[in-house]
Design a protein around this ligand. Structure first.
Ligand SMILES: NC(=O)c1ccc[n+]([C@@H]2O[C@H](COP(=O)([O-])OP(=O)(O)OC[C@H]3O[C@@H](n4cnc5c(N)ncnc54)[C@H](O)[C@@H]3O)[C@@H](O)[C@H]2O)c1
Length: 312
């Protein structure tokens, strides 16, 4: 891989991926409209050629894809809540945007498209561990649009002979993940504790989740891109689980000081337990999640502490 386009490269996962690709000697272009990404993430990757624009604009996507061997397609309207608030905006970016990326990849002879899918494609999770053959019954517009994108990538790979692979991330956390109204559990808990605010756990806290560090998601993307002949859809997760009570306790330990923890009603639709089977990715392209939760949380709390200072 000599050159790569990272769509969504100003975002949380995309900026980490772009940084690792650059460190590995790959020429990187980023296409991002900065709708949920941050210009400050791009300051970490000054070597990247930044194209500001939307994946919904076919002409800009064509220009951005031209000359790249691999496209990592991460740009998306992210999250169930955002999609429930505005399903059409979700589909426009995630379905039509993905088709624009695929068309450009076909026209410009890209070797492989690596697509950021989501565990949201499964919908309500059955008894874990969750393997790739779990039923696909998404229960939000976001889950539907990520599944449509995934299927489009795999259909293009079949029809036009280009490489295509979909990586279904579970709960990703790590540096550059900011706290916002759509935030995930770890940034919410960490930022609230760092600001001395009380933390609310929904339900009894005994529900479990599979949290994967962004460094392992980056590793998965690069290995998936570099492994010839591998295609299909794969779970990307840590393959381990932790209860929310345990998680909150560990974060409190890293943050230090007094932490006020309260309990609220369980949120409707929240799954009780989530744990991925990652053996297919391990077998097919050597995915090997290696950041354990304590090392990952320590690194994230250190990053978030600096971020809280920066915006103060
Ligand atoms: N964070 C997670 O836990 C998680 C889990 C499963 C899947 N994913 C997937 O990973 C990818 C990256 O997510 P993230 O967590 O880094 O979120 P993010 O919001 O930080 O990154 C998304 C990026 O896409 C950009 N973007 C949005 N719409 C765009 C458009 N129309 N044109 C160009 N750029 C656009 C945003 O500005 C942002 O920089 C997404 O495809 C998401 O669906 C994330």
């Amino acid at each position: 891989m000599r050159s790569a386009l990272v769509t969504g490269g100003a975002g949380f996962i995309g900026s980490n991926l772009a940084e690792a690709l650059i460190a590995g000697g790959v020429e990187v272009r980023v296409l991002d409209d900065l709708s949920s990404g941050y210009a400050i993430n791009l300051e970490q990757i000054p070597e990247a050629d930044f194209v500001e624009g939307s994946v919904t604009d076919a002409a800009i996507v064509g220009e951005a894809v031209r000359g790249c061997d691999v496209v990592f397609h991460l740009a998306a309207s992210v999250g169930n809540k955002r999609s429930i608030d505005d399903p059409l905006a979700d589909a426009t970016t995630n379905v039509l945007g993905t088709l624009n990326v695929l068309e450009a990849a076909r026209v410009h002879d890209v070797d492989k498209v690596v697509y950021a899918s989501s565990a949201g494609v499964f919908g309500e999770l059955e008894t874990p561990p969750i393997a790739e053959d779990h039923p696909l019954e998404p229960d939000s517009p976001y889950g539907v649009s990520k599944l449509a994108g995934e299927k489009a990538v795999l259909a293009y790979a079949k029809l036009y002979g280009m490489g295509g692979i979909a990586l279904r991330y579970f709960n990703v956390y790590g540096p550059n993940q900011r706290f916002d109204q759509y935030g995930n559990a770890i940034p919410i808990f960490v930022f609230q504790m760092l600001r001395g605010e009380p933390v609310t756990v929904f339900g009894d806290g005994e529900q479990t989740r599979d949290f994967v560090n962004v460094a392992d998601v980056v590793q998965a993307n690069i290995k998936a891109a570099l492994t010839r002949g591998v295609g299909g859809a794969f779970n990307i997760a840590s393959g381990t689980r932790i209860s929310i009570n345990d998680l909150v306790g560990r974060i409190a330990g890293f943050v230090g000081g007094d932490v006020e923890i309260g309990y609220g009603d369980p949120r409707p639709g929240d799954v009780l337990h989530s744990l991925a089977d990652v053996s297919a990715a391990r077998r097919s392209f050597g995915f090997d999640p290696e950041v354990d939760i304590d090392a990952g949380l320590a690194g994230y709390v250190a990053w978030a502490r600096a971020e809280v200072e920066r915006v103060r």
